[in-house]
Design a protein around this ligand. Structure first.
Ligand code: SF4
Length: 577
């Protein structure tokens, strides 16, 4: 048997349909192992060092299907790299997107490169850092990424392969903070963008095949500053715990035009298809905004959806967008970021014309959603939003503090002003819910380590006011710890384990209290109301997922002392409706 020249893959947490529950894809951030658990404790006797039982995790994170070990669906970014290689002359036999459980059967003597797609390889992403108390526990993201690399290395040793293992995608910045993993995983190289944590766009016409050619031909073996190459090699040296480590970081920066970005040729995970790259809102804590803004024309979006329908049998399209409401506008010339309603209507009409049954954009801003009062009603009609067809969208709540939002993300609010932020949040939730959209909010704890207790209380109050004033509202709020990327890349991580003051614990407690009762129990019950099995499943899931963080935060408060406990009591007494 001849082995493929290039094997592309990703770990199990990125290769799962999560049983079709879109919010469950966050579950990869859940803690897997507590390596410091006392062996004499009762918990250790029951679970060993498992935190979220593996049985539960593996049930929710079900593996994606495969055909003879080739993944039937793959992360969108990996599909783009595959498409770029095919476009640039690699034959179909040369390139395989392997299912992580069958990786061994594709790595052999002829294999020259193994590319791994990594979004949160070491569990340092904002959601994961929150769930693992700042990486004091090991997340499933990290657990399965480690497992994948160990298996790749074993397969190489067993099959006599000298393949270069190269890690790419938006999470590779994490290796800078734990370089021992570069050695442990035997990484030949790490692909890194030039701006903050953002991954380079290697699917453009000037990279793709050329990137892999250069990798395979040994052009990246040495860092030669005098050699002209579009791929800059930086051999970084690190000292950690009395040991020296080094890593080959491959920098590349390009802003391919939309015509130079290939269409996927095989189905993407969750029916994902992008409609734009970049976002012109300029939030300081975000790296996406460092990319120039480009939009896909409707026909290009349709082509990718058709690939997903034809080869993947998919009936839904997740529309990847950074802020869908800036689609079709020019942030430099459009007054106050006023949405381009006509462009959005055309886009969604084109998406529905493919024959799919459901679509939702991945991200959007509240300000954009309400800046034009006909926008959400019109788009909702086009995409047939209804009580049986809710439209999920992730929106940045970021903070309830008008001071912080003004300082770090004022254009996120355009055309509104920071002082209007509370009104924007409340009106945004009302408008979206009225048209069957459900926002999944994220907020940032310890934003640039600049959040005061008063800022935190403003956040708690705003969530509570929403609950009181709009008791039937549907939304979830996930707190994320601050990670220094984007324009704040020189700042420090927010260390949730040791710098969480009482008010910040309060923010976390309030969000989970909300998610448990409102977001999970109420909404999930409604989602499953026509299907008793689904209903039972969601109710059990809600109890398991929702109750655990609240109890553990109460325990954490008791350990921390009276000030932390007082905050929990105050929220229970005054901020619960
Ligand atoms: S609106 Fe969202 S994607 Fe755009 S810059 Fe702000 S955080 Fe980034």
């Amino acid at each position: 048997m001849k082995y493929p020249k290039v094997v592309l893959t990703a770990d199990r947490t990125l290769m799962s349909p999560y049983r079709g529950i879109s919010l469950a894809s966050f579950f990869g951030c859940a803690p897997a192992l507590d390596l410091n658990r006392k062996q004499t404790s009762l918990l250790y006797r029951i679970l060993g060092n498992q935190v979220t039982p593996r049985l539960l995790f593996d049930f929710i994170c079900n593996p994606i299907g495969h055909t003879n070990g080739i993944a039937n669906y793959a992360p969108y970014g990996l599909r783009k790299v595959e498409a770029a290689l095919i476009r640039d002359g690699y034959s179909r036999e040369d390139v395989v997107v392997a299912h992580p459980d069958y990786i061994e059967q594709f790595i052999g003597p002829e294999t020259q490169a193994v590319g791994t797609y990594e979004m949160d390889p070491l569990g340092m992403g904002p959601v994961t850092m929150t769930f693992t108390y700042g990486r004091r526990q090991m997340s499933y993201d990290e657990y399965y990424c480690r497992d994948l690399h160990h298996r790749i290395n074993k397969a190489k040793a067993r099959n006599g392969s000298k393949a270069k293992v190269i890690a790419g995608a938006s999470g590779t910045w994490q290796y800078n903070y734990d370089p021992a993993k570069i050695e442990e995983y035997g990484l030949y190289g790490i692909v890194e963008g030039d701006l903050g944590g953002i991954g380079p766009e290697i699917d453009g016409a000037s990279a793709g095949g050329k990137f892999f050619d250069a990798l395979i031909d040994g052009e990246m073996d040495t860092a030669n500053p005098f050699k002209k190459s579009k791929f800059k090699i930086d051999i970084k040296e690190f000292s950690r715990n009395g040991r020296e480590y080094h890593g080959r970081f491959i920098h590349y920066w390009d802003e391919p035009s939309v015509e130079d970005i290939p269409d996927i040729v095989k189905p993407s995970m969750h029916g994902m298809s992008e409609v734009m790259r970049g976002c012109g809102r300029g939030c300081k804590f975000c790296d996406v905004t460092l990319r120039p803004l480009r939009y896909y024309p409707v026909e290009k979006v349709q082509k990718e959806i058709e690939i997903n329908m034809k080869y993947g049998g998919l009936k839904n399209a997740w529309i990847h967008s950074d802020d869908i409401f800036v689609y079709g506008l020019n942030p430099r010339t459009t007054k106050n970021m006023q949405p381009n309603r006509e462009a959005l209507e055309e886009l969604f009409k084109g998406i529905m014309a493919t024959g799919i049954e459901h679509t939702n954009p991945t991200h959007g801003t509240l300000a954009g959603a309400i800046a034009d009062e006909r926008l959400i009603p019109n788009v909702s009609k086009i995409i047939r939003a209804s009580p049986d067809n809710h439209i999920g969208i992730q929106c940045g709540f970021e903070t309830g503090s008008t001071r912080l939002i003004g300082k770090y993300a004022d254009r996120k609010l355009a055309p509104f002003k920071p002082v209007e932020w509370h009104w924007v949040v409340k009106t945004g939730v009302k408008t979206l819910n009225e048209h069957y959209w459900v926002p999944a909010f994220t907020l940032i704890m310890g934003l640039d380590n600049d959040e005061t207790p008063e800022d935190s209380w403003e956040t708690i109050r705003l969530i509570h006011e929403l609950e009181v004033e709009q008791p039937e509202s549907k939304f979830t709020v996930t707190p994320l710890t601050f990670v220094p990327i984007g324009l704040l890349e020189k700042s420090e991580f927010f260390d949730i384990g040791s710098t969480m003051d009482p008010a910040k614990l309060g923010v976390m407690y309030k969000t989970w209290q909300h998610n448990f009762r409102y977001g999970i129990q109420k909404f999930m019950h409604k989602v499953g109301r026509n299907n008793p099995i689904k209903n039972l499943f969601f109710a059990a899931l809600a109890r398991t997922l929702g109750g655990v963080p609240l109890t553990s935060m109460e325990r954490f408060a008791r350990q921390k002392g009276p000030e932390h406990e007082k905050v929990i009591e105050k929220i229970k007494a005054n901020y619960w409706y």
